[in-house]
Write a protein that binds this ligand. Structure first.
Ligand SMILES: Cc1cc2nc3c(=O)[nH]c(=O)nc-3n(C[C@H](O)[C@H](O)[C@H](O)COP(=O)(O)OP(=O)(O)OC[C@H]3O[C@@H](n4cnc5c(N)ncnc54)[C@H](O)[C@@H]3O)c2cc1C
Length: 307
């Protein structure tokens, strides 16, 4: 059976709203590259997600949850499983306790920009470092996204997830083994929502900080071309971008994939780049770092799909 037939047969009778079969991920990923996935499911509710995950498990069909696709590359040969797009799970609310603790709970599909602005309107500080990161709450928790010396783990109180069997669990911050750009959560866990612990602040100051960060990002990052943010993880005490620049690789290209002239840790798509072009360029950079500096440059961007 083809991947499409197998998946459509498995999901036929469980009432799912929107599914695209054999969908090219170049249409959805921020870098505008990527092969076809067996199915892209636009998840509409937690209940629907539980039905889907349980059914996919029964039929032994692989799946992966994604948010805004701003840090992922699907190889050109595609991914034969189901990509569960969480963007439509967008509830957000705020609560305070009698002990003076302020928390925002946001579903996985809430964008970081929505979250940052929401916190500002509630006069809550601590979220500002996420300004300008184009991901979702689910992606940011999964990746332990960070900037300017702060990381998502610093403001997490709890998260809810579905485990690989489709069972819902809540984890306290202390139960999660966050590391640099990783949550360490078991593979196939799906983040449903996160609760963030913030402090009362002053709206004007919070908004000022957000504008400052966005301005800094616009100055430094090549936002005029499709990209996936930082391609490589920084090394202890050494930004990957500086190393790539020092090796003279700015502007190096593979067809339309180019090491950005503005920021060397970004690869930009100047038109018709494919995932293979980007991956070849990544391999060129890694080989040079290994040969000239003995450094193993690890990718930050998540690479999925059949090799
Ligand atoms: C211009 C630009 C600037 C950026 N700046 C930064 C930055 O300063 N700091 C930084 O850390 N990152 C940065 N990024 C990268 C990216 O935006 C973040 O890592 C973001 O948190 C990823 O979120 P996403 O929703 O796009 O995740 P996706 O790209 O959709 O997925 C990334 C990973 O998270 C997993 N995932 C997504 N949602 C879920 C979920 N609900 N449950 C389980 N797993 C899930 C996916 O399976 C995948 O492994 C930048 C990207 C761009 C394009």
């Amino acid at each position: 059976m083809t991947a499409k037939n197998e998946i459509s047969y498995a999901l036929a009778d469980i009432g799912i709203g929107n599914i695209l079969y054999d969908e090219p991920m170049s249409r959805h990923a921020s870098l505008c590259v990527g092969g076809n996935v067996g199915a892209l499911v636009f998840v509409e509710s937690e209940k629907e997600l539980i039905r889907i995950v349980r059914r996919l498990n029964e039929r032994e069909i692989k799946f992966i949850a994604v948010g805004n696709l701003t840090n992922i590359i699907v190889r050109d040969s595609g991914y034969r499983g189901v990509m569960l797009l969480m963007k439509q799970l967008r509830e957000i609310n705020c609560a305070s306790t009698s002990e003076g603790e302020y928390c925002i709970t946001a579903q996985a599909g809430v964008t970081l920009s929505m979250l940052v602005n929401y916190a500002a309107t509630k006069e809550l500080e601590g979220m500002e470092f996420c300004a300008g990161i184009p991901g979702s709450v689910g992606g940011a928790v999964w990746m332990n996204a960070g900037a300017y010396g702060k990381e998502i783990k610093d403001i997490i109180k709890t998260i809810s997830l579905l485990d690989s069997c489709g069972v819902k669990k809540t984890l306290q911050r202390e139960e999660i083994s966050f590391g640099y750009r990783t949550s360490g959560l078991p593979p196939e866990s799906i983040i449903l929502n996160a609760e963030f612990k913030l402090k009362k602040g002053q709206q004007e100051q919070i908004k000022g900080e957000i504008s400052e960060i966005i301005k800094r990002r616009q100055e430094k990052h090549p936002l005029n071309f499709p990209n996936a943010g930082s391609i490589f993880k920084n090394l202890p005490g050494q930004p990957a971008g500086r190393l790539i620049e020092e090796m003279g690789l700015k502007g190096t290209s593979c067809n339309d994939a180019e090491v950005s002239l503005k920021h060397a840790n970004f690869i930009v798509n100047k038109g018709k780049a494919t995932a293979s072009d980007v991956l070849k360029l990544i391999a060129v950079i890694q080989a040079k770092a290994e040969k000239e500096r003995g450094i193993n440059l690890e990718t930050e961007v998540v690479i999925v799909g059949e090799d």
